[in-house]
Design a protein around this ligand. Structure first.
Ligand code: DAH
Length: 361
């Protein structure tokens, strides 16, 4: 057989086999058989050395062409096989985009967050801004500036957590109420102030209605010619919107706080008889907050002239009114992180009533 016959035979043999290959394994086997070190083409190439120069000039290019043609054919067939395999996979694993999505586990709002949102929303509608302060406070901001000097008996009632004493004998503390942010606010900028201050507060106490960490929201309004009528109107509107009872009875009962004069505690009308509890109707009263006109001495401690500026303030336990509004009995369960409890008492996000909605509902 001469060179032409040999190359033609090998060409036909391999091109047919390549065209019929059904898997990439088969292709690989053909590649080794033709182009591998011991493959047919490599063997042919090795024969070139023994040829006369004339024969070599004919055979060399012919072998090279054969080699490229087979390599090209393998490559082309591989692309076809890959494309077929991909098409088959896509057909088999087709995604049904009309199927409903698998449900994702959704979280819910803790009752404290929910109630906090409700309260701040109502006050925001009345034009209040939100202010915040640190959990760790100075003795001055938490007590002294609020007219509670070191020997004052109110200090004992606060069951304060103190931090270790510093070299100069002073001690920082975990704030026992949100009232120190009143001081921070009045010291930081001149009136008018119209703010609510939500936050964590701490007292060494633990039973069904007390936890060492709890939440309060404070209110502070300071302006010229602020009077008790403003305080009453503001809190009556708030309580009616929050409890969603348009004619909710409120009672301002004279009380005492060192940082307000006069001071009052606010009760809402309710009925608490025969184990039942209803807000709005009935003969009973339930305390919800403390309030009063900012004491002259507190204004002076913050560099304000009481003849020029007056203010009112109030403070309320967020957890306590969450328990009241949503009928939760044990405060300690708020902070147990029990998922079953959270699923039961949790709220869907983005359901915050505004003042208008609260009153009309
Ligand atoms: N800070 C008081 C407490 O924790 C609550 C309070 C009462 C705050 C009267 C006020 C207020 O701003 O005017 O018991």
């Amino acid at each position: 057989m001469d060179t032409d016959e040999i190359t033609a035979e090998i060409r036909t043999e391999f091109l047919d086999a390549i065209a019929g290959a059904e898997a990439s394994d088969d292709l690989e086997r053909l590649r080794v058989a033709a182009l591998g070190k011991k493959g047919r083409i490599s063997q042919l190439m090795r024969g070139l050395g023994a040829m006369s120069e004339l024969e070599r000039k004919r055979a060399g290019p012919a072998y090279n062409r054969l080699k490229t043609d087979i390599a090209d054919a393998i490559e082309a067939r591989r692309r076809v096989l890959d494309a077929t395999a991909l098409a088959r996979r896509l057909a088999e694993q087709g995604i049904d985009v009309t199927l409903p999505a698998r449900p994702e586990p959704t979280g819910s709002l803790h009752p404290v967050s929910q109630v906090l949102d409700e309260i701040t929303e109502i006050f925001a509608d009345m034009g209040f801004a939100i202010a915040e302060g640190p959990d760790i406070e100075t003795d001055f901001n938490n007590f002294t500036a609020l007219n509670i000097p070191p020997e004052h008996p109110a200090r004992q009632m606060h069951d304060t957590f103190y931090l270790p004493e510093k070299d100069d004998g002073s001690r920082l503390l975990l704030r026992t109420h949100t009232s120190p942010v009143q001081i921070r606010t009045m010291m930081a900028s001149p009136p008018p102030h119209r703010i609510v201050i939500p936050g964590r507060t701490y007292r060494c106490d633990y039973d069904m209605t007390h936890t060492p960490m709890f939440h309060q929201i404070e209110g502070l309004v300071v302006d010229r010619e602020t009077h008790m009528g403003h305080l009453k109107g503001c809190l009556i509107d708030f309580a009616r919107a929050f409890f969603e009872v348009a004619d909710l009875p409120l009672r301002f009962r004279p009380s005492y706080f060192p940082f307000t004069e006069p001071s009052a505690e606010v009760d809402i009308g309710c009925s608490a008889r025969d184990g039942g509890f209803r807000i709005g109707k009935g003969e009973d009263w339930m305390e919800i907050l403390g309030c009063g006109m900012v004491h002259d001495r507190v204004l002076e401690n913050c560099g304000l002239d009481p003849a020029e500026y007056q203010g009112f303030a109030f403070g309320m336990g967020i957890d306590r009114i969450a328990m009241l509004k949503y009928g939760i009995r044990d405060l300690r369960s708020f902070f147990d992180s029990d998922l079953r409890w959270l699923r039961h008492y949790g709220f869907a996000a983005l359901d915050v009533p505004t003042l208008g909605q609260g009153l009309s509902r």
